[in-house]
Design a protein around this ligand. Structure first.
Ligand code: SF4
Length: 230
C-alpha cells in the first residue's frame, strides 16, 4: 500500500487516512484502553486516542523517526514527541541545535515549528510494552512509505533509539530490498538505498538520560552534526 502524496493536498488526505485507520485490532483496543483509563495526572483531559501522523517541515532534508507514539505523550496530545519527559529532553536539544523554534513540546497548539526537519514514527499507534508485532509493522509501513516519499528533499534519517532503528532497517528491507546487515550504534552513520543516510541516536527517554547514557551536550552535538551533513 502506498498513497501518492505529490502535493500538500494529498499530504492532508494521507493524514486523514492515517488518523482514521483501524487496521490492527490489537492496537485499536490498546489505544482505546489507554485513552479511557488514562494516567492519574491527566485524568481530566480528553486523550487523542487515535493514530498520529508526522509533523514538521515537509521540505526538510532531515527525518527524525521514533518507533511509535508514547502512551501518555503522543497518544494523549495527538502529536508525536509531545507532552512527556522524552519530548522535554528531545526539544531542549533540538532547540539548542537550532532545529526547532522552541525548547518545549507540550501540546498540539503550542506554536512549535521544526526547521529543515520532519518528525514521525514508523508505527502510528502505540503498541503494548513498545513491542509491535510484525504484521502490525507491515500494516503500517504503507503509511510510513508514503510519508517518506512525500519528503522530496530527504537526505538523512535519524532513528531515535534501537527499536526505531530496527523498524527503519526492517522497513527498508521489506520495501526497498535492503540486505546489508547493520546494527544500532549511537552517532554512527549508515547508507540506505536511494542515497539516504541513516544515523543511529539514543532514544531521548528518561532512562537513557538518568543513567548518563545520553546528555544534552552529546545529543545536541549529534543534531548539529546531522544539520551540517544535510
Ligand atoms: S498501527 Fe498503523 S496500520 Fe495499524 S491501526 Fe494504527 S495506523 Fe492503522
Amino acid at each position: 500500500m502506498q498513497i501518492k502524496t505529490n502535493n500538500k493536498n494529498n499530504f492532508e488526505i494521507l493524514k486523514k487516512k492515517i488518523v482514521g485507520c483501524n487496521k490492527c485490532s490489537r492496537l485499536v483496543k490498546f489505544r482505546k484502553k489507554i485513552s479511557t483509563e488514562k494516567r492519574k495526572q491527566y485524568i481530566e483531559e480528553t486523550y487523542w486516542g487515535k493514530p498520529i501522523t508526522g509533523f514538521g517541515d515537509q521540505n526538510g532534508k532531515i527525518l527524525f523517526v521514533g518507533l511509535a507514539p508514547a502512551a501518555h505523550g503522543g497518544t494523549r496530545t495527538g502529536r508525536v514527541f509531545t507532552g512527556d519527559k522524552s519530548s522535554d529532553f528531545l526539544y531542549k536539544c533540538l532547540h539548542k541545535a537550532k532545529i526547532s523554534n522552541q525548547s518545549k513540546s507540550e501540546h498540539i497548539n503550542d506554536g512549535l515549528k521544526l526547521k529543515k526537519a520532519y518528525i514521525t514514527t514508523a508505527l502510528k499507534c502505540v503498541p503494548p510494552g513498545d513491542k509491535p508485532e510484525k504484521n502490525e509493522l507491515d500494516n503500517c509501513f504503507g503509511f510510513f512509505n508514503s510519508e517518506i516519499s512525500s519528503l522530496k528533499n530527504l537526505k538523512i534519517i535519524v532513528a531515535l533509539g534501537k527499536i526505531a532503528f530496527d523498524a527503519c532497517k526492517y522497513f527498508y528491507k521489506s520495501k526497498h530490498n535492503f540486505t546489508e546487515k547493520i546494527n544500532f550504534a549511537h552517532d554512527k552513520i549508515y547508507k540506505l538505498p536511494g542515497d539516504i543516510i541513516l544515523v543511529g541516536c539514543y532514544h531521548p527517554s528518561p532512562r537513557n538520560v538518568n543513567t548518563g547514557r545520553i546528555n544534552e551536550k552529546k545529543m545536541t552535538n549529534l543534531f548539529k552534526k546531522v544539520l551540517k551533513l544535510a
